[in-house]
Design a binder for this molecule. Structure first.
Ligand code: LHQ
Length: 267
């Protein structure tokens, strides 16, 4: 497994945890952290054996967005170049990964840090979690996919308010808005997140990858095309060892085992 300076990796039971590790600045995204996150999602997350990815953060905050002090290391790069060089490949790697990505969020997720959390397929929040679409506070516009993901998750009117007023959204409000799948006590976040990810990793990995695609495309396509797209994916899923195992387990009245037992097993 690769080793990085500002990203910690841990892999267990098919779950790869990608942990941002600049707690002293609330995991603000400097060039190195951006590069390492991008590499981890483009490389490590795609390795065989990884069934689920957990994005987490060290310290009291999830991510304070772009490191506003990192201008020097960014050199003469424009905002557009920084976005295209680092943020876009990272966000695309997360959304295009054919595996579930779960974010475990404690404390603040601001600006591009909020975008990162929203690019995960599901979010588990600690009670301390706060989303702040901080861009407008410093005279910027939503970026790193926020304008794409936020209205899809909460609807246009609420997304407008969040992006324009940039008020902090606490964990309970986030849950009622559809931004959180679960909320738990801060001290339980790591164990809850691992238990959640292990459950996903026990599932049919190939089918879950296709499920991610189906739901993403379902938001984009007209009904007829969405139905056709589903049918195409079902043709694939229906030919898999996972389906054979799922139906066999149903008939035998036992829980299916989707994790590969050997190189030829399902998964
Ligand atoms: C930070 C940061 C930070 C550096 C806290 N940078 N050090 C923009 C530009 C270019 C291209 C791409 O995209 C973007 C998108 C964006 O992400 S724009 C939004 C950027 N982020 C922000 O505007 C948030 C700035 N931070 C804050 O407003 C506060 O720090 C929040 C509300 C996040 C947390 O407040 P507190 O809990 O009171 O913590 P704090 O402010 O004391 O921060 C702790 C430390 O972290 C502190 O360091 P220090 O050495 O003074 O103790 C902060 O300076 C540092 N820090 N955010 N983005």
């Amino acid at each position: 497994m690769a080793t990085y300076e500002t990203v910690l990796l841990r892999e267990e039971d098919g779950v790869l945890e990608i942990r941002m590790n600049r707690p002293e600045v609330l995991n603000a995204l400097d060039v190195r952290l951006k590069r390492e996150l991008r590499e981890a999602f483009q490389g490590e997350a795609r390795r065989e054996g990884v069934r689920v990815v957990l994005l987490s953060a060290a310290g009291r905050g999830f991510c304070a967005g772009q490191d506003l002090r990192d201008a020097e290391a960014e050199g003469r790069r424009t905002f557009g170049e920084s976005l295209r060089g680092y943020y876009h490949p990272l966000i695309e790697a997360m959304l295009n990964l054919p595996r579930p990505v779960v974010a475990a969020v404690q404390g603040v997720a601001a600006g591009a840090g909020m975008s990162l959390a929203l690019a995960a397929d599901m979010r588990l929040l600690a009670a301390s979690a706060q989303f702040v679409a901080a861009f407008s506070r410093i005279g910027l516009v939503p970026d790193s996919g926020l304008s794409y993901m936020l209205p899809r998750l909460v609807g246009l009117g609420r997304a407008m308010e969040m992006a324009m007023l940039a008020e902090p959204i606490d964990a309970e409000s986030a849950r009622s808005l559809g931004l959180a799948n679960r909320v738990c006590a801060d001290e339980d976040l790591a164990s809850e997140a691992w238990a959640f990810c292990r459950r996903l990793a026990d599932g049919p990995a190939h089918a879950l990858g296709l499920t991610k695609k189906a739901l993403q495309r379902g938001l984009e396509l007209p009904l007829h095309e969405a139905l056709e797209y589903e049918a195409g994916l079902q043709e694939l899923a229906g030919r898999s060892a996972e389906y054979v195992e799922g139906v066999r387990a149903f008939r035998e009245k036992r829980k299916p085992t989707y994790r590969p037992r050997d190189a030829n097993g399902p998964g």
